[in-house]
Design a protein around this ligand. Structure first.
Ligand SMILES: *Cc1c(COP(=O)(O)O)cnc(C)c1O
Length: 395
């Protein structure tokens, strides 16, 4: 199939929800993908932070293949050891007490919202259902997680949205205090706002949010769908700030390339979601869990996180020395670049023409490379990026 054939098929069969770039990818190894014409690209995006171990990691592939051959799926009506071993591993590594497994970030957040509302309903009765989210946040594409997303752009067409979400300005603890009325059951936030443009929240603010929540018996939900599973150089981004959420959600990088969502909670919430209150047909799928367990094993190996931090620092320093760079922000291998001149999307197109895949977030360039990317791949990618940044400077 030529690129033109693919385009034609796409237009006649797939809903046009994605603004795609002009490349059709066929295979991948490590942090390098190959398109249908055999051209290679360094991938600084890893499928929006999904392919955390890079492409075709041999251990991940072996685990997934073996599980697919043994038993791919069994209903959650029955017990299975693959799902419980992964769940046990995840709870131990994350320091949380229980997990609900779904298939995406939005689903993990839906579970978090239901859990927070039920906790409050069980303890205080009706009417204490409101969740305060932050402006510029992103929590997903379902009607309810769109409702929780603090960007007006997402609040169009699909009315009516789910009620019970309000927004406070990130960093403004007084505004949050004002909004924490008797009807609030939870605060929900990302430690580094990803889709919002790689915006880290301040340690002071996050600590103040934690103690405010404690004093009001309001649950703190941290959305680590993008920042979790080692992306920032720690298992969770919240570990940078010395706070522990009541509920934390994960997805993207956790599965190493297969769809997964996880909603984890603390001990006092362990029994809130009783039998029949939530469920998922595919959640905790055995093939997915077998792959995700390999991700957890690699992340917890000696020196892995240190290496993520070292690579992140190396990339940050190199980019800071490039022309046309105003600011580099983010943590670990989640980095955003504010350019001085040029349109981020145009710079991405130029990178692609020269063999580099890179993401944007709002007007920034965004990097979420595989956590296992090699220094050779990093340097190859960075030199393509440097050329594109230079080329965007107005003559
Ligand atoms: C990507 C993302 C989501 C949504 O995840 P999906 O798997 O696309 O549903 C939610 N929250 C954050 C912070 C994200 O980055």
């Amino acid at each position: 199939m030529s690129f033109e054939d693919i385009l034609k098929s796409e237009h006649s069969s797939i809903m046009p929800t994605y603004g795609r770039f002009d490349i059709a990818v066929a295979s991948g190894k490590g942090a390098t993908v190959t398109d249908i014409n055999g051209m290679e690209y360094i991938d600084f995006g890893s499928g929006i932070g999904v392919n955390s171990l890079g492409y075709a990691d041999p251990d991940w592939v072996a685990a997934v293949q073996a599980q697919a051959a043994e038993l791919a799926h069994i209903s959650n009506l029955y017990y299975n050891k693959v799902q419980v071993s992964f769940a046990d591993h995840l709870c131990k590594l994350s320091g949380m007490s229980r997990v609900f497994l779904g298939n995406s970030g939005a689903e993990a957040n839906e579970c978090a919202i239901k859990l927070a509302r039920k906790y409050s309903h069980d303890k205080y009765g009706k009417g204490r259902h409101k969740i305060i989210c932050l402006e510029n946040s992103f929590h997903g594409r379902t009607i309810t997680t769109l409702s929780a997303t603090g960007q007006d752009y997402f609040h169009q067409y699909f009315f009516p949205f789910t009620q019970g979400f309000e927004f406070a300005k990130a960093g403004d603890i007084d505004e949050l205090k004002d909004k924490l009325g008797d009807d609030v059951c939870a605060v929900m936030l990302e430690c580094v706002q990803g889709e919002g443009g790689v915006v880290p929240l301040s340690p002071e603010y996050l600590c103040a949010v934690r103690s405010l929540c404690d004093s009001e018996d309001v649950l703190l939900i941290i959305d680590e769908v993008q920042t979790g599973a080692g992306r920032t150089g720690k298992f969770f981004a919240f570990q940078y700030f010395d706070i522990i959420p009541d509920i934390v959600t994960m997805a993207k990088g956790l599965g190493g390339g297969l769809p997964i969502g996880a909603c984890l909670c603390s001990q006092n919430l362990a029994e809130v979601m009783s039998a029949g209150t939530h469920g998922s047909t595919f959640g905790g799928n055995m093939v997915v869990c077998a792959g995700a367990d390999v991700v957890l094993k690699k992340l917890s190996a000696d020196g892995f996180m240190e290496e993520v931090l070292r690579k992140g620092e190396h990339i940050r320093q190199r980019i800071l020395s490039m022309p046309n760079v105003k600011e580099v922000r983010g943590l670990g291998l989640m980095l955003g670049i504010v350019v001085e001149q040029g349109d981020a999307k145009e710079i991405v197109r130029e990178c692609i023409r020269n063999g580099l895949l890179i993401l944007t977030a709002k007007t920034l360039l965004r990097l979420l490379p595989p956590l296992t990317i090699s220094y050779a791949e990093i340097d190859k990618g960075l030199s393509i990026l440097e050329t594109a940044l230079k080329g965007a400077i107005k003559k």
